[in-house]
Design a protein around this ligand. Structure first.
Ligand code: ARG
Length: 470
């Protein structure tokens, strides 16, 4: 025994699972296997699951009603202690499940030892994660709604502003700023749908799978499901404790949110630069440089963009974690929690601050007006004009190409050319052409469904506001 005494603590109390063991757990093993420093975060879900489980056990006659009541009171007290910061989480009890169970037994004695009847930590952790992801999906959906509303407010403040639309980061065609902003409303709307859809698969009650094969004790899984607000129970006990596909889907949905935020951030960084000068970020949402006194840096969008690597990395971590696992539960699965928690924290914080930032953003209208005049952005409009007069589009494209080449060498925009000058390239051009050569004329001609014409965008803005309950 002496050879063990330096790496085990002989005075430590035995583990709940320690019956078959001859030796105490090595301290190094305890430190390596403990998860309490991160899964303590699941305490509320663990307690809710245990309360529902105990109530079911009492209803089924598996424990007495009196014991059921003592367990409930004990769990309530533990909850108050945790919330008051008075509860001591102990690494020697490994995880949140055993920390709570141990505390319960310390509190109420023998009845506490009946709580784990017909239950394993394998189905218990599956329950805790599902409860956690259900709650967090709901919170993220709310944060997405708030962000979408911030976009709509920003678009409403800039209803008539026209700006250059880009492809390949080259000026392409003029668009309404509101149209550009509503593009993001669509993206974050799909993100919301994805989370809501994932909830269908998260919101299934796993308890009762026990370790992997179910239980011989007469439990009532449907009752537990009703107690915890789950519409259904899982159908196969082995699948129940083995898979985390619902969590992978959740991290994938979160990764898409963060990708959308990242692309938005990239635009904000560009737009706030001297070179673009499209927007002004409020001072309160920027930071300065410790060496260059003139600097005003867009750190918020930069950090959101930077955090995208973590979120995508967490998704890859979880996928890789599950990849080689045989049925059913494997301890590897304990490693699912940190990526999940980190993603929830990162995405929540990013969504919240981005919504705030948008409320502190103004477009530089004068600058945008100047930018929509240059760059031959109404060249497609001139081609469409010729198409309406019967010219095949490919020929129209070539005609306008020559007109632009002429403009470039003469230093004139299309709308700055005279009718005579334009007619050198096609006799089909008449003096009504100038209506389509202005940025406003171009924008308003784009009346196809989903196009940027003023009335389209006004209707889309109204529909978005209504959908978002504004
Ligand atoms: N802490 C574990 C986890 O997060 C709980 C389940 C442990 N089960 C077991 N048989 N060791 O996955």
């Amino acid at each position: 025994m002496t050879e063990h005494s330096d790496h085990t603590d002989q005075s430590a109390p035995a583990k709940p699972w320690g019956g078959r063991f001859q030796e105490r757990t090595a301290l190094s093993v305890e430190a390596f296997t403990a998860s309490i420093h991160f899964d303590a975060r699941l305490y509320r879900h663990d307690l809710n699951g245990s309360r529902a489980h105990a109530k079911m056990l009492a209803r089924q006659g598996l424990i007495s009603h009196q014991d059921g009541e003592l367990i409930r009171q004990g769990l309530d007290e533990i909850e108050s202690e945790i919330e008051a910061g008075r509860f001591v989480f102990r690494p020697e009890w490994e995880d949140i499940h055993m920390n709570i169970e141990k505390a319960l037994v310390e509190k109420i004695g023998a009845p506490g030892e009946r709580l784990h009847t017909a239950r394993s930590r394998n189905d218990q952790i599956a329950l805790d994660i599902r409860l956690y992801l259900r709650e967090e999906s709901g919170r993220l959906i709310e944060l997405l709604l708030s962000l979408q509303r911030a976009f709509v407010r920003l678009a409403e403040r800039h209803q008539d502003v026209i700006m250059p639309g880009y492809t390949h980061l080259q000026r392409a065609q003029p668009v309404l700023a509101a149209h550009h902003l509503l593009a993001y409303v669509e993206q974050f709307g799909r993100d919301r749908e994805r989370l809501a859809d994932g909830l269908k698969r998260i919101n299934v009650m796993p308890l009762g799978a026990a370790a992997l094969a179910g239980t011989g004790l007469p439990i009532d899984r449907e009752f537990v499901a009703r107690e915890l607000g789950f519409p259904t129970v899982t159908k196969n006990s082995m699948d129940t404790v083995a898979d985390r596909d619902f969590a992978i889907e959740f991290l994938a949905a979160c990764t898409l949110i963060q990708l959308h935020l990242s692309r938005l951030s990239e635009e904000l960084v560009l737009w706030a630069s001297e070179e673009f000068s499209f927007v002004r970020l409020a001072d309160s949402f920027c930071t300065g440089s410790s060496i260059m006194p003139q600097k005003k840096n867009p750190d918020i969008p930069e950090l959101i963009r930077g955090k995208t690597g973590r979120v995508a990395g967490n998704l890859v971590s979880l996928i890789t974690l599950v990849k080689g696992l045989p049925m059913t539960y494997n301890r590897d699965l304990q490693e699912d929690k940190e990526p999940i928690f980190d993603t929830v924290d990162t995405v929540s914080a990013s969504l919240a601050i981005m919504a705030e930032l948008l409320d502190h953003l103004e477009f530089n209208q004068e600058r945008l007006r100047r930018c929509t005049r240059g760059g031959y952005m109404t060249a497609t409009d001139l081609a469409d004009y010729l198409v309406k007069r019967g010219l095949p589009f490919r020929q129209a494209h070539a005609v306008v190409g020559r007109t632009v080449a002429h403009g470039l060498s003469a230093g004139r925009e299309l709308e700055e050319m005279s009718l005579e000058e334009l007619r050198q390239f096609s006799p089909l051009i008449e003096d009504d052409v100038f209506a389509v050569l202005s940025a406003r004329g171009s924008v308003n001609s784009r009346i196809s469904t989903g196009g940027t014409a003023g009335p389209n965008v006004a209707a889309a803005l109204k529909a978005a506001a209504a959908e978002l309950g504004m």
